[in-house]
Design a binder for this molecule. Structure first.
Ligand code: FES
Length: 484
């Protein structure tokens, strides 16, 4: 039977986003069978996909940094990461050769059966069969040393990362090296339930429906025998060692996420332009912030005051939280951060709050529109959409006072250059550029009613964009607003 692989794995194998494959499936260039792609069809569409591709190597390098599995019995004899990678590659190649040999024997058996049938009635059947077998076996043992590179690539990635599918949502993510299922799920943009990340609270309990997991960390939380019997494990203390199907709790909406109070430390403060601060912070490992991209939080500083700011990062970014804060003399927190704060200072975070979040039930392509520092909330949403990797296309229209006020222009340009399905359009308010006209120009022949829209702006821009939505008859449920 032809070998099939999931869409997520296929995208990784050939180094494109899932959205690109989805587009090709819709255009009839690739076929799916029960949601999977036949490996040979994929390689036919991407004949140049090789493990030697630099994109593949880059990913592999990230993976091998974590690839040394901690076996409690042999901690002292851990293999070097590079050696481990080479061994896996060599085993994959060997496996490929054995598979080819096996295929040839399979063919031989079929042909032998046909030959016996053909010779049955002939007087010298045994003699003829003997010489046929001699010729056929010499063909089998021909020293064909070629390897099936796509098979090698696929086997290699399968060893280096396990694919996890969550039910009932159907979300997918990859568990790389020896990272925990929880870490991998969060990195993949999933809003999994968890608490301490450290084996104490039990909130990350998941049921392994199929596949194999292995404990990588001791935990104090005790699962009952009944729970263990039906396959429960702690996501923060286990990794996947084969492709797995997991039953897990995911936040369905902002209501499923509790209010939290967390001390966070400043990592650094950047001044990308005269009016904006970018404050990068980090939560403690054992109390990360559970939130959905696009939400906000209150930051408080002892004896200074508090401010309410959008979280400009995605929950997939581990313990890192970023805030973009407009400099305003009336905001004591902004002034303190600008003039007095330094790395390692403590802030108190209370949150998350807000419902400006991605509609994960929609698979529509996405249009994001930001005005000025409204980019903060939009940035979190874009990063989340990228981590989930379900949107076929993503457009970002960022309108700012002047052409040089897009304070993270380089980041947006880098996304634009690196991602096939991402378009960035900076707009200059001073020059009279407007998101509505630009959206129509960029969408070209695509129907604007087929997109989901996320807008974070002041009232004036919002009024103009709303007019555009009315004219284009964009369904109300496909538009999300956040006011600056
Ligand atoms: S998150 Fe607390 S035990 Fe896993």
């Amino acid at each position: 039977m032809a070998k099939r692989i999931s869409l997520s794995r296929a995208a990784r194998l050939v180094g494109v986003k899932r959205g690109v494959l989805q587009q090709q499936i819709r255009a009839g260039e690739l076929q799916t069978f029960e949601g999977e792609i036949v490996l040979s069809d994929l390689l036919h569409a991407y004949p140049d996909a090789q493990i030697e591709d630099s994109s593949m190597l880059e990913r592999v390098e990230q993976i091998i940094e974590q690839a040394t599995f901690i076996n409690p019995d042999s901690i002292a004899r851990k293999p070097d990461n590079v050696a481990l990678t080479a061994r896996i590659m060599s085993l994959s190649e060997n496996l490929s050769r054995q598979k080819r040999l096996l295929d040839r024997y399979q063919r031989f058996t079929d042909e032998l059966r046909a030959e016996i049938n053909r010779l049955e009635a002939q007087p010298d059947a045994l003699q003829q069969l003997g010489s046929w077998v001699d010729q056929a076996t010499s063909r089998i043992s021909t020293d064909d040393d070629t390897i099936d590179q796509p098979f090698v690539n696929e086997t290699f990635l399968r060893v280096m990362s396990a694919q996890a599918t969550v039910i009932p949502s159907g979300h997918e993510f990859f568990v790389e090296g020896a990272e925990s299922i929880l870490e991998a799920g969060l990195r993949g943009g999933l809003a999994l339930n968890y608490g301490c990340s450290n084996g104490n609270c039990g909130l990350c309990k998941i049921r392994v429906v199929s596949g194999e997991t292995r404990r990588i960390k001791h935990h104090d939380y005790a699962l009952t025998e009944a729970e263990k019997g039906i396959g429960y494990v702690l996501g923060c203390c286990n990794t996947a060692i084969s492709d797995v199907v997991l039953e897990a709790d995911e936040a369905q909406s902002t209501k499923d996420i509790p209010m939290q109070n967390i001390p966070i430390r400043i990592k650094k403060i950047d001044h990308p332009d005269a009016d904006v601060l970018i404050v990068s912070t980090r939560t403690p490992r054992t109390s990360r912030l559970r939130f959905l991209a696009g939400q906000r939080a209150t930051l408080s500083i002892d004896q200074v005051g508090s401010g309410f700011y959008p979280i400009a990062s995605c929950p997939c970014d581990d313990m890192n939280l970023q805030f973009h804060i407009g400099l305003d003399k009336r905001d004591p927190v902004a002034n303190y951060l600008d003039e007095s704060a330094k790395a390692n200072d403590l802030l108190t975070l209370e949150g998350p709050v807000g419902s400006f979040v991605l509609n994960e039930n929609s698979s529509n392509p996405l249009v994001f529109i930001a005005e000025g520092i409204g980019f903060a909330s939009i940035k979190g949403l874009i990063e989340h959409a990228m981590a989930l990797d379900v949107a076929e296309k993503i457009f970002l229209f960022w309108i700012a006072d002047s052409d040089d006020s897009h304070y993270l222009n380089n980041l947006c340009r880098a996304w634009n250059d690196a991602l096939d399905n991402f378009e960035y359009v900076p707009l200059d308010a001073e020059a009279g550029e407007h998101p509505g006209d630009s959206i129509l120009e960029q969408l070209q022949q695509d129907d604007p009613t087929g997109f989901d829209y996320y807008l974070c702006s002041g009232d004036k821009i919002r009024a103009g964009v709303e007019q555009f939505f009315d004219t284009q008859a964009i369904p109300k449920q496909q538009v999300m607003y956040e006011t600056l």
